[in-house]
Write a protein that binds this ligand. Structure first.
Ligand SMILES: Cc1cc2nc3c(=O)[nH]c(=O)nc-3n(C[C@H](O)[C@H](O)[C@H](O)COP(=O)(O)O)c2cc1C
Length: 259
């Protein structure tokens, strides 16, 4: 058969397609475990960075630091009590889709724009020697273009913010993407999440915080040109600290103590 024959050209093209698709599928399947392991490692790294335990980009053995400094548990968000289960394998995105493992939020409840909230959620206790010195809460909520996923860390008084960081979002670099700006993230550290009455008070304001104002301890500078993302972060943090988020759990810890 001549090399120019249509049949031969089609046969070669079809053969090539089969070989390539087998190669791509094999690569996808064989790389999946490594991708999953990297995802878990990335999550651990973000937890440690949000709590200020390691610096962003620092070269550390994430697994061993996590093992030493973090104790993960699952919390029932309705009662605030710990429940049995493996926080490492808990898939909050899947659980949020299932009516048996999540609730639908009403418009008034849904500050973070997430529609459904899981019944249980992982939390990460920060260990320092034998002491528990804080807690890291996973949070997520709507910005302008995307849902932002991150962690908020509180100190041992359960009021002072130790850190905030997002590990996944689709906001515009230079605008909403400034949520990743280390300077902006560091402005959260030391702020108070709750006022003297115990109500959630932390907020991202439009513009700059006046350091001499009484409420500055609850306020974070806005993101210039990205007020919608900034408001989304503010609402997200307020939702997860509130009664429909980790509020019951935090209340219980204030009575029972961390640990
Ligand atoms: C291409 C494009 C991307 C934008 N990305 C964001 C964004 O990621 N987050 C955001 O809040 N606003 C973003 N904006 C701006 C919003 O439309 C809106 O103008 C802004 O949030 C208002 O904030 P300001 O009051 O601080 O100017 C974007 C606008 C354009 C044209």
């Amino acid at each position: 058969m001549s090399n120019d024959s249509t049949t031969k050209v089609l046969a070669v093209a079809a053969g090539l397609c089969v070989v390539c698709s087998v190669l791509v599928s094999t690569a996808a399947v064989s790389l999946r475990p490594a991708q999953e392991a990297n995802k878990v490692l990335d999550r651990k790294s973000n937890i440690l960075v949000a709590a200020g335990i390691v610096e962003d980009g620092a070269e550390v053995d994430v697994d061993s630091v996590f093992e030493e400094k973090i104790e993960a548990k699952l919390v029932d968000l309705t009662t605030g009590e710990y429940v049995e289960g493996d926080p490492d394998t808990f898939d909050d995105r899947e659980a949020a889709k299932d009516p048996s493992t999540s609730i639908e939020l009403t418009r008034n409840q849904d500050l973070g724009g997430i529609k459904r909230r899981t019944n249980v959620a992982p939390i990460y206790l920060i260990k320092d020697g034998g002491e528990t010195t804080g807690v890291i809460l996973p949070i997520h909520g709507k910005g302008l273009w995307s849902t932002l996923y991150g962690f908020l860390a509180l100190g041992d008084d359960l009021e002072t913010i130790r850190g905030l960081g997002f590990y996944e979002h689709g906001e515009t670099p230079g605008l909403g993407g400034e949520v990743d700006n280390p300077k902006w993230k560091s402005s959260w550290v030391g702020k108070k999440a709750f006022d003297n009455e115990g109500d959630v008070a932390i907020e991202v304001i439009k513009g700059s915080v006046n350091p001499s104002s009484e409420s500055s301890k609850y306020q974070i500078d806005g993101l210039s040109g990205a007020t919608i993302t900034a408001r989304g972060v503010s609402n997200t943090v307020q939702f997860w600290l509130g009664d429909d988020g980790f509020g019951k759990y935090l209340e219980r810890l204030k009575t029972d103590g961390l640990g």
